[in-house]
Design a binder for this molecule. Structure first.
Ligand code: SAM
Length: 300
């Protein structure tokens, strides 16, 4: 297991003035959203505690184990940027596996690509998907697509049992590396992803904040390379509701040439017709590394 986030103290709460507050003691930060009315839903599933709130300005909010997962207003940033960069950099992404992603927003973005022939989503917790269908129906727009398969299982076991070279792209859209997602951030899991990817395959993993989790990002890149991936790239983008407001996804390429490849400009243009954030210019910006991040990644 990599040195993971010290998130034991990250636990959201509602204060007496009806704000949802998510403190991160270890980083000395506090994020808040003003709520509108009573909590809409709360349950302890077999795996985690899930809550849904109505906020005043960010629409509906999903919280898992005290951590903000997504809001209506800004989830497009994360879902577009975890999906489209890799889908446009891969030469021919036909078979896609999503680990986690139970809110189905990543699946919806993946299925915008006509060359995708199958998209399997494996989330450990069916309750996340059922609540997304009820409270975030727009994210579930593509769940009935004939190419989509929704499975409810442990993503670690699923990848371990997958055939060699079964996928062109694996996207790990998980909760933070604590609880059930902890095993998605370790070398044994990366080794299995490497095996389950075709030769030109790409592994994508949400990799936390460049500003406050840089050490984790360094470890993720080093571990992926340690398990046979030839090269890694970082995609960075704003995400106002996550700690620090700045987030990242790591792309690991089985072949070194993959990391040199330019995005398919026709695909970028076609996809950009329907996106809110992703386009050719934001893709270039997202792949550009700030000096301190470039230095940190070069050091490992
Ligand atoms: N965008 C979010 C973020 O960065 O915090 C993640 C959203 S999505 C709701 C995360 C999903 O990962 C959850 O639905 C959770 O059930 C799932 N998950 C956690 N551990 C998992 C595992 N071992 N296998 C499959 N899914 C897992």
């Amino acid at each position: 297991i990599l040195p993971v986030l010290d998130q034991s103290q990250s636990s959201g709460m509602v204060n007496e003035n009806e704000w949802f507050l998510e403190p991160m003691e270890s980083k000395g930060t506090l994020f808040g959203l003003k709520l509108d009315g009573e909590r809409l839903h709360a349950e302890q599933s077999a795996f985690q505690h899930i809550e849904i709130y109505q906020t005043e300005t960010f629409g509906k909010l999903m919280v898992i184990d005290g951590c903000v997962m997504l809001t209506d207003r800004d989830n497009f940033l994360y879902h577009e940027m975890i999906a489209h960069p890799a889908l446009c950099l891969h030469p021919n992404p036909r078979r896609v596996l999503i680990i986690g992603g139970g809110d189905c927003g990543t699946l919806r973005e993946v299925l915008r690509h006509p060359q995708v022939e199958s998209a399997v989503q494996v989330d450990i917790d069916e309750r996340v998907t059922r609540l997304a269908e009820e409270y975030f129906p727009a994210l579930c727009d593509s769940n009935d697509d004939a190419r989509a398969q929704l499975l409810f299982d442990d993503g670690i076991a699923y990848v371990r049992n997958a055939a060699d070279q079964a996928f062109d792209l694996i996207i790990v859209d998980s909760t933070d590396p604590v609880g059930p997602a902890e095993g998605l951030f370790n070398r044994a899991f990366y080794a299995q992803c490497h095996r389950a990817l075709a030769d030109d395959g790409i592994l994508v993993q949400q990799s936390e904040s460049p500003l406050i989790h840089l050490e984790l990002i360094q470890q993720v890149h080093a571990s992926m390379k340690g398990e046979g991936f030839a090269a890694t790239r970082l995609v960075n983008f704003p995400q106002p509701v996550y700690p620090s407001g700045w987030w990242s996804a790591t792309l690991a390429f089985k072949q070194a040439e993959g990391a040199q490849r330019q995005a398919d400009s026709a695909r970028v243009e076609a996809i950009s017709a329907d996106t809110l954030y992703f386009n050719a210019a934001t893709l270039n910006g997202a792949l550009a590394l700030p000096n301190f991040v470039a230095k940190a990644l070069a050091e490992k």
